[in-house]
Design a protein around this ligand. Structure first.
Ligand SMILES: Nc1nc2c(ncn2[C@@H]2O[C@H](COP(=O)(O)OP(=O)(O)OP(=O)(O)O)[C@@H](O)[C@H]2O)c(=O)[nH]1
Ligand SMILES: [Mg+2]
Length: 319
């Protein structure tokens, strides 16, 4: 078993050819895939939350290096689907891992391997041509003994399924441990070639989508049970406010926060609208930072009945 620690970091030789390619992060919901993507990119390109099934589409984050361009594809957590949305998300993951140069399988250090992980590993075993790196996430949450046991269990899992991990790398995205090392280990597995994205591009997410995601992230905070799954956000319109002096622009953004049932409305809006207001304030700050311009954010809550199970509604919401 080759478990990596920072001390064994390979040094990039200047004679090495330039490489460019795609690596996806897969794993159960909440494993830390999006947090790791952001840590590698050095900026938030994917929203994160302390709840499963936060990511709902593939998000590309681009890492620019002297020797390589590494395009990370963050995917939704693979899970047992209970809705049509869940099925769609799983399809997206399977399509993605069939297309990338490297697969990073994220397993949290603080949770023992479960049936969900085994299920994913089994599917990965059938993708023979693509190198698979096991990434043990959230190492800051465990002691060294627990981490060692997890590393052994993961190595064992590969053996049981008849393959070797290209690497097994423990990382902490929150504690910034071994994140750079992970990139160093992925790069040699990418094909040789020139950069695929212009320098400076950190993601190919459309602005409108990023804005909707930032609003959803703020709306997810503090909500529990089924409600996080019920929330969807769509930016309807973005228009520069007319009659503003050139040095004082204002961007009007109108967005809908969708929920599935009328009974959820009260929770999202809060007493006297207090909760929705907080969601607006919090996301507006992030949107302004993203766009570099002052924003007037107008949020409306709408019911899209059982949208997670309704093909027509799903289409309308972009799934
Ligand atoms: N302590 C600690 N927490 C982490 C770390 N990485 C992620 N988390 C937390 O784990 C939770 C889930 O993180 P996400 O990055 O949203 O997980 P995900 O795998 O993208 O989840 P889905 O999109 O739902 O599949 C968040 O609360 C993160 O802050 C880490 O390195 N250390
Ligand atoms: Mg995610």
């Amino acid at each position: 078993m080759s478990v990596r620690s920072q001390s064994s970091e390979p040094s990039a030789s200047s004679a090495a050819p330039h490489r460019a390619g795609f690596a996806c992060f897969v794993g159960r919901p909440n494993a830390g895939k999006s947090t790791l993507t952001n840590a590698l990119v050095g900026q938030k390109v994917a929203i994160t939350a302390d709840q499963p099934q936060t990511t709902r589409h593939t998000v590309r984050g681009i890492v620019h290096r002297e020797d390589a361009q590494l395009i990370l594809v963050d995917t939704p957590g693979l899970h047992k689907p209970r809705t049509l949305l869940g099925e769609r998300l799983n399809d997206v993951v399977r399509t993605t891992w069939a297309e990338v140069d490297v697969i990073g399988f994220c397993l949290p250090a603080n949770e023992k391997l479960g049936p969900g992980d085994r299920f994913i590993a089994k599917e990965l075993a059938s993708i023979k041509k693509t190198p698979k790196i096991a990434i043990v996430t959230k190492t800051d949450l465990v002691d060294s003994k627990t981490l060692a046991e997890q590393l052994i269990a993961i190595d064992q899992l590969g053996k049981e399924l008849g393959f070797e991990w290209a690497e097994i790398v423990p990382v902490s995205a929150v504690g910034d441990k071994q994140v750079d090392l992970l990139a160093d280990l992925i790069v040699p597995l990418l094909p040789e070639g020139p950069a695929l994205y212009p320098e400076g591009d950190l993601t190919d997410e459309p602005e409108q989508v990023m804005i909707a995601e930032l609003i959803r992230e703020a709306a997810l905070e503090g909500v529990r049970d089924e409600l996080p799954h019920s929330i969807a956000v769509v930016v309807e319109e973005m228009l520069p406010r007319e009659d503003r002096p050139a040095d004082k622009p204002l961007l009007d953004i109108h967005a809908f926060v969708y929920i599935e049932r009328p009974s959820q409305k009260g929770i999202i809006i809060g007493p006297k609208g207090a909760r929705l207001k907080q969601v607006g304030i919090k996301s507006r700050k992030q949107i302004e930072a993203l766009l570099g311009t002052p924003v007037f954010l107008d949020l409306h809550v709408k019911v899209a009945k059982d949208w997670q199970r309704d093909p027509r509604q799903l289409r309308k919401l972009g799934f």
